[in-house]
Ligand binder design. Structure first.
Ligand SMILES: [Zn+2]
Ligand SMILES: [Zn+2]
Length: 495
């Protein structure tokens, strides 16, 4: 028998509709055994933890972020907030690594009002390979040295997405697959350092109240690194779809692993981003002839999903534009239940209708895009009023889970919650109670797990103790006092 601990004198929001608010929780071993009022009087002899009126919610679950890039970026230059190409170049000059990589710039905020090219980078860095990655993570710019090192200078046609100038040479701009191709070829830190970077990322996530996270586009090295770390944080992985064949040969199932680290499925990219004008729209981008790029077809997707389904794996499909979402919905109904749509950003009324009729497994959406993408009307026009319809989609019965897509957006759930409930921003605001559900209970369900995200008998004792009541005050003003996973303190201190 495990010893019982009663956490009491708290404002506890359980996510259990039959018992939504209590002041105490009883925990034994790794599970919640009771949620109710003053349970210290019921479980005599239990260890009592007085939370002094703090707020308790289920642990946050982020259903889509990129652990690999969070870890590897520890050695990159942070370019977010740069206001000109000149400032960007001076920041890059601080780098001490043999290859210089910067990330997070947004040319929409540059005084030059243009995308940098290899010429800008070449002037400042004629010798060293340099790559800068846009805030969206889907577009980058490389200098000539780097293009030469990875073989794209002479053979830009080997991969899709290398922008070419009138003389037939790369402009330096790399989109989607081309950027991925180049990033894969950039030098990785030594294994020991990679593990240290990853450990520090996982600790940062714990400090923000996250108890489960799903890492997308995982590759074998990232998986190896994750296996090498002993952390209380629960990590779920969606391998990059290019490993599906290997997973299939090895007959690895979509439940393989343990409570700490578990395989969930594969991830595939269906289109690009609004910022890069590469998300597949049904209409033209403002002032252009382009509708973005569809990177999947429903029939190709059917093949992938049927293969994944044999292994009980989910297929997470990145789809931002309405045309990409529509393409997914053309997939045979018997396979839709294995598809999770990532982003699902642009949903005009007919798409909302179709989504509610056809029922994909779940959605993983990013509330912080509401705050970051205030330029959206200028880029996609009128239809931007149908972007980020999280609340509508949820009311239509879809399983909507929240995620950060970090490092694209910050991973702090309290910051993301504030973006979700904000009156400003693109798209719909979500009421706090619904937003919290999307970040906890729905997150667990969107990972096909039914024992987390609710503070109720039989569920895992994964919860967060907050300094303030986020139902009454701004979420961003609350602090995480402690993160508890399976009844143990994973971060912080309890008074
Ligand atoms: Zn994506
Ligand atoms: Zn992503």
């Amino acid at each position: 028998m495990c010893k019982i601990t009663v956490y009491t004198n708290a404002e506890i929001f359980t996510q259990d509709p039959l018992n939504p608010r209590v002041n105490s929780l009883a925990v034994a071993c790794n599970e919640i055994i009771d949620a109710g009022e003053s349970l210290e009087n019921k479980y005599l002899g239990a260890k009592i933890v007085d939370l002094n009126g703090a707020t308790v919610i289920p642990g946050f679950i982020d259903t889509h972020l990129h652990l690999k890039w969070l870890a590897l970026q520890k050695q990159w230059i942070n370019l977010s907030g740069t206001r000109s190409i000149e400032e960007l170049l001076s920041k890059l000059k601080e780098a001490k690594t043999p290859w210089i990589i910067g990330r997070g710039f947004n040319e929409k905020f540059f005084s030059e009002e243009k995308m940098p090219t290899r010429h800008d980078l070449d002037e400042a860095f004629p010798e060293k390979p340099v790559l800068i990655v846009r805030v969206c993570g889907h577009i980058g710019v490389a200098n000539t040295q780097l293009l030469k090192k990875v073989g794209l200078w002479d053979n830009p046609e080997v991969i899709e997405g290398v922008e070419i100038d009138s003389s037939g040479k790369p402009t330096g701009v790399l989109k989607e697959k081309a950027l991925e191709f180049v990033l894969e070829k950039t030098p990785k830190p030594p294994l020991k350092q990679y593990i240290e970077f990853m450990e520090s990322v996982l600790n940062e996530l714990l400090s923000k109240g996250l108890t489960t996270v799903a890492s997308m586009n995982t590759d074998p090295l990232e998986f190896y690194v994750l296996q090498s770390i002993d952390t209380p944080l629960k990590v779920r992985v969606f391998f990059d779809v290019k490993y599906l064949e290997t997973l299939s040969k090895l007959m690895i199932k979509g439940s393989f692993g343990n409570e700490k680290l578990r395989v969930k499925g594969v991830k595939i990219i269906g289109d690009g981003s609004f910022g890069g004008k590469t998300a597949a729209l049904r209409h033209n981008y403002v002032g252009t002839e382009g509708k973005g790029e569809l990177l999947i077809t429903s029939s190709a997707l059917e093949n992938i999903v049927s293969e994944a389904k044999k292994l009980d794996m989910l297929v997470a499909v990145h789809a931002i534009g309405d045309r990409a979402i529509e393409e997914i919905l053309n997939v045979k109904e018997s396979l839709l239940g294995n598809i999770r749509i990532e982003h699902c950003s642009l949903t005009p009324p007919d798409i909302v209708e179709k989504l509610s009729e056809k029922r994909v497994f779940a959605l993983s959406v990013q509330p912080h895009f509401r705050i970051s993408d205030t330029w959206l009307p200028k880029v996609i026009g009128e239809s931007s009023k149908y972007a980020y319809m999280f609340y509508t989609l949820s009311k239509k019965g879809l399983l909507v889970s929240f995620s950060s897509d970090a490092p694209v957006e910050p991973f702090d759930p309290l910051v993301n919650l504030e973006a979700a409930i904000s009156e400003e921003g693109v798209g719909e605001r979500v009421p706090i109670s619904e937003a919290l559900k999307m970040y906890t209970k729905n997150g667990s369900l969107a990972l096909n797990e039914k024992d987390k995200g609710v503070l109720k008998k039989g569920y895992k004792a994964d919860f967060v103790i907050l300094s303030r009541n986020i139902f009454r005050e701004k979420p961003s003003e609350a602090k995480v006092i402690a993160t508890i996973i399976e009844g143990k303190i994973a971060y912080g201190k309890i008074p």
